[in-house]
Ligand binder design. Structure first.
Ligand SMILES: [Zn+2]
Length: 560
């Protein structure tokens, strides 16, 4: 007898083929049969008439490394159709880590991934030092979705160099030690190695995240260490100064796929992302595997001036980084500081999160009733009305409210025609949810549902079968996930059942369920009827099911 029979649904199998009507039977966590009509002989039968069944979504860019240790449900991803999450992106892992480096690691994450230090301190369960011990902890505690883990450059650098990791280049001996740790992590089951050279990535006290201080020799040595076992995916979130040519050289020297992030469209420098994609195409034409991570979501961030992620990558903001309270307020009030920020914003840049588009920065929530009329208004408009400069408006308002005023900035990827081109590019991967990070700034964990609903159904940018392939079969093949990402007999029963007429993501809302009752932004699914991981149901139309099983596996065995 089968465990589950889904009858009469449209099956979108993840190959890019258009949906076809069929029954699907699950037994022992795997798909036993797919056929136009299967006999009704299962412990549970679900009428999937009018609904579409697809493989579960593979979220290739998450930061659940810390959260998963206190929340094995990796909320909110399972309810949003994700059945496999790749962690460790950008190299911002929490393993390996010695006890003496725990506080440094958490403070770095607080700065770079917008995670609350208090939440991390209360939440993270440190039952490991090495990467292998971390994986063993994940295996022991289980998780609601399948997990795939990168080894992280910044953690490995800290492991070898301690406090110097964010301060200087490595010696040849230190590079050799890091390479040994990378080989160990690959042997323990890492999917590859992740790194960052992005100037937006600053750690504790405003210092660069460790991997940013690596020279080309270090990057090349580590990717070669990764590839020494004949497998592995290298991912890098690159700064504007990192040329795709260098990443192509890494792909050539290692013979491994290189995943390049974060390719977002910037309205003030609209050609940059397409130039990167052209270089990626040229590399592929020369026989390398280069993949550009793109996003199907406009990058909108909520922030306060106490921790203004969107502007923290500006060189001129350095003076304010790592400061708090009165010290920070003094910097923000300084007219010279403000002028330097204005000057920097006026100069063109290849990649920058915030580009002085004040019409796209809104006041969301004020603290003082007398400021209420400013809510839901953009800074350009307020500045015009008050006859002031928009930066002054933002900083003066924030200073007047002890830096508690909540703003939202539409930063990147808001030009839909341009984003459509990114999504349909032959060498792009729809990604960049950043799930598990930036919990109070934005939440794109529902990116897959947004691709299906907004981009495929509403905008017609790609047929449903192709949208499904880009969320499932394509990433599963890049990472070498065995028997996942496709609906076929014998494959793991990672399934998403949804209504194609309504699928999408609801607006984000604030919930207070982090350790210590801290807030995060939450997104509900629209049109999702069920999510199964290895044949076990983790979510239904109401979200995560009560007592959902920790049905996921830690995947450490990959197709090379
Ligand atoms: Zn990231």
């Amino acid at each position: 007898m089968d465990d589950l029979l889904l009858r009469g649904g449209s099956i979108c199998d993840g190959t890019g083929a258009e949906p076809r009507r069929a029954d699907l039977a699950v037994r022992d966590g795997r798909i036993r049969a797919i056929a136009p009509s299967l006999p009704v002989d299962a412990k549970e039968t679900i009428d999937a008439g009018g609904l579409t069944l697809m493989p579960g979504i593979v979220d290739s860019h998450t930061h659940f490394d810390a959260q998963v240790t206190w929340d094995p449900y990796v909320r909110p991803s399972p309810a949003l159709g994700v059945t496999t999450a790749v962690i460790g992106n950008c190299g911002f892992t929490i393993a390996p880590c010695r006890p003496a480096d725990r506080e440094r690691t958490m403070r770095n994450l607080t700065q770079v991934e917008g995670m609350s230090f208090d939440v991390l301190q209360r939440g993270v369960r440190w039952e490991f030092e090495t990467f292998g011990e971390y994986l063993a902890q994940l295996r022991r505690q289980g998780s609601a979705v399948n997990l795939v883990a990168y080894a992280g450059h910044s953690s490995i650098r800290t492991w070898v160099m301690g406090a110097d990791a964010n301060r200087r280049a490595a010696t040849p001996d230190e590079i050799a030690q890091m390479a040994a740790v990378v080989r160990e992590a690959m042997a323990a089951g890492a999917v590859g190695l992740a790194s960052s050279t992005s100037p937006a990535h600053n750690g504790d006290g405003g210092l660069p995240m460790p991997s940013r201080l690596a020279d080309d020799a270090e990057h090349l040595a580590l990717i070669e260490a990764m590839a020494s076992g004949g497998r592995g995916v290298y991912m890098q979130t690159k700064g504007a100064e990192t040329r795709v040519a260098l990443l192509e050289e890494m792909a050539a020297r290692s013979g491994r796929p290189v995943m390049i992030a974060a390719l977002l469209h910037n309205g003030t420098n609209p050609g940059a992302v397409f130039a990167d994609l052209d270089a990626i195409s040229a590399g592929n034409a020369r026989g390398r595997t280069l993949i550009g991570q793109v996003s199907c979501c406009p990058l909108t961030m909520e922030f306060t001036l106490a921790s203004p992620y969107p502007v923290e990558g500006l060189a001129s903001w350095r003076a304010a980084l790592g400061k708090q309270g009165a010290e920070l307020e003094a910097v923000l009030a300084d007219p010279q500081f403000r002028q330097r920020v204005r000057d920097e914003l006026a100069a063109p840049s290849a990649f920058r999160l915030f580009n002085g588009e004040w019409d796209k920065v809104q006041v969301v929530e004020v603290a003082q009733p007398s400021h209420r009329d400013l809510e839901q208004r953009c800074l350009a408009e307020i500045a015009h009305r008050q006859g002031k400069d928009p930066l002054d408006v933002m900083l003066d308002l924030a200073l007047d409210e002890d830096l508690t005023t909540v703003f939202t900035a539409q930063l990147l990827n808001s030009d839909e025609d341009a984003v459509a081109k990114l999504l349909t590019h032959p060498h792009s991967l729809v990604s960049l949810s950043d799930a598990g990070a930036h919990l109070t700034f934005f939440n794109d964990a529902g990116f897959g549902l947004h691709l299906l609903g907004h981009w495929s159904r509403e905008r017609g940018v790609m047929p449903l079968g192709e949208a499904v392939r880009r969320l499932t079969g394509q990433p599963a093949a890049i990472f070498g996930l065995r028997d996942r990402g496709l609906l076929r007999e014998g494959a793991a029963a990672d399934l998403l059942l949804f209504d194609p007429a309504t699928v999408g993501r609801a607006p984000t809302r604030r919930v207070f369920d982090l350790p210590g009752g801290a807030p995060r932004l939450h997104t509900d699914a629209l049109g999702v009827h069920g999510v199964w991981v290895n044949g076990r149901r983790v979510a239904d139309a109401n979200g995560l099911v009560d007592g959902a099983p920790l049905a996921g596996t830690l995947i450490t065995d990959f197709v090379a």
